[in-house]
Ligand binder design. Structure first.
Ligand code: FAQ
Length: 334
């Protein structure tokens, strides 16, 4: 709401400028941070707006699956931790919208693009949270995958995004631990029924979590450019493999079985080899036809409409304060 002036579109695209682009790339290669007022190629700006906006939307929509369990958390301790976690996700969305705003788009514009379907959010938040074990699995695996992807983003070439990620990663790491601790309680200290519930949650979430890292490198449209611009530091497949390597031993400690008959440790590569991902499911979910896509967008639209009075009140309050300050400045000048 502080950047409404940015909503005015500049339709003329800047002409390509090879010399400036070469100087820009040299700065990136030298690991300099790019700041909002620095010159940047239009493609770099657009890539960042797309990625940061999708990331912000994911945090905001990502509040819904776990928010679903706040009223049903099994103890006061669990409820307090879950409330704090969901609130953190909202905070992450706000830092990220602010980082995107430094690139000349307004938060209103981005939210509008989420609500009318022009911008995406992560596929993972289109799956339902059916039992309490899903809350544990989201912390353990979804936050675990998010950290694997986001730690390298702390070294992203664009300063405001990189700096936002440092704080976000610290909070995500707390989220991952609280999720894993729920899993330990269910699997190692729990009853057979609780362990079965945890296994069922792992069975449903494992493959969608692997899809979170995005399409395989050969199908990823943006990776090459993003790697050259040091927005991304690792490819989708590299991060997916690191995640599997880190996570399989954690699942084994819990005594759980991963729903992948092809999962086995490969002595020659030193990595866990895993089975084929069903990319048709990924495409279906990303194109809007996952189990909860419609419900999530409906919830977001309703929340946005219900928040209209808050936005109007904040603007009215700011206008009143400005008028008071101007009047006081006028009196002082007399
Ligand atoms: N879902 O060429 P690439 C979290 C799209 S935050 C939906 O490989 P790129 C915290 C992609 O946009 C989770 N769409 O794209 C939390 C592109 O489409 P477009 C979010 C996806 O950008 C935890 C097309 O496919 N994290 O979990 C997905 O180079 C718990 C081609 O893909 C971030 O956003 C997907 N999974 O690489 C909250 C991190 N994957 O735009 C609550 C920042 C790909 O051309 C509870 N983002 N697509 O129409 C990134 O690192 C990158 O954007 C990737 C994708 C790696 C996600």
């Amino acid at each position: 709401m502080y950047t409404q002036a940015l909503n005015v579109k500049d339709t003329a695209l800047p002409a390509a400028d090879p010399q400036r682009e070469a100087r820009f790339q040299a700065r990136i290669d030298a690991e300099e941070k790019i700041e909002p007022n620095d010159w940047m190629p239009d493609g770099y700006r657009q890539t960042l707006v797309r990625q940061i906006a999708q990331h912000a939307h994911s945090e905001i929509v990502g509040m819904h699956p776990e928010g679903n369990w706040i009223t049903r958390a099994p103890s006061l301790k669990r409820k307090v931790a879950l409330l704090a976690k969901v609130q953190d996700e909202g905070g992450h969305g706000l830092y990220l919208y602010s980082a995107a705003e430094t690139l000349g788009v307004s938060r209103e514009e981005l939210v509008e693009q989420l609500l009318d379907g022009r911008q995406k959010y992560s596929s993972i938040f289109n799956y339902p949270t059916m039992t309490w074990a899903d809350v544990g699995v989201i912390g353990w695996l979804v936050d675990g995958a998010a950290i694997m992807n986001q730690i390298p983003l702390c070294r992203c070439s664009f300063g405001p995004y990189a700096r936002a990620m440092i704080r976000i990663c610290k909070e995500e790491s707390f989220h991952q631990r609280q999720g894993y601790e729920i899993m330990v309680a269910l699997c190692r200290d729990g009853t057979p029924a609780q362990k079965a519930m945890a296994q069922d949650a792992l069975n449903r979430w494992w493959w969608p979590v692997l899809m979170m890292f995005g399409p395989s490198d050969q199908d990823s449209q943006h990776t090459d450019k993003s790697m050259r611009w040091k927005i991304k530091r690792f490819t989708n497949d590299e991060l997916r493999r690191k995640f599997v390597d880190a996570t399989v031993p954690q699942g084994r400690y819990l005594g759980l079985t991963f729903p992948d008959p092809d999962l086995k440790f490969d002595e020659t590569t030193g990595h866990w080899a895993f089975g084929a991902i069903d990319w048709s499911e990924f495409r279906r979910v990303v194109s809007g036809d996952g189990p909860c896509n419609r419900q999530r967008l409906r919830q977001r639209k309703r929340a946005h409409e219900r928040g209209a009075w808050v936005r109007a009140a904040v603007l009215a309050h700011a206008a009143k304060r400005r008028a008071r300050e101007q009047a006081a400045a006028g009196v002082a000048a007399e």
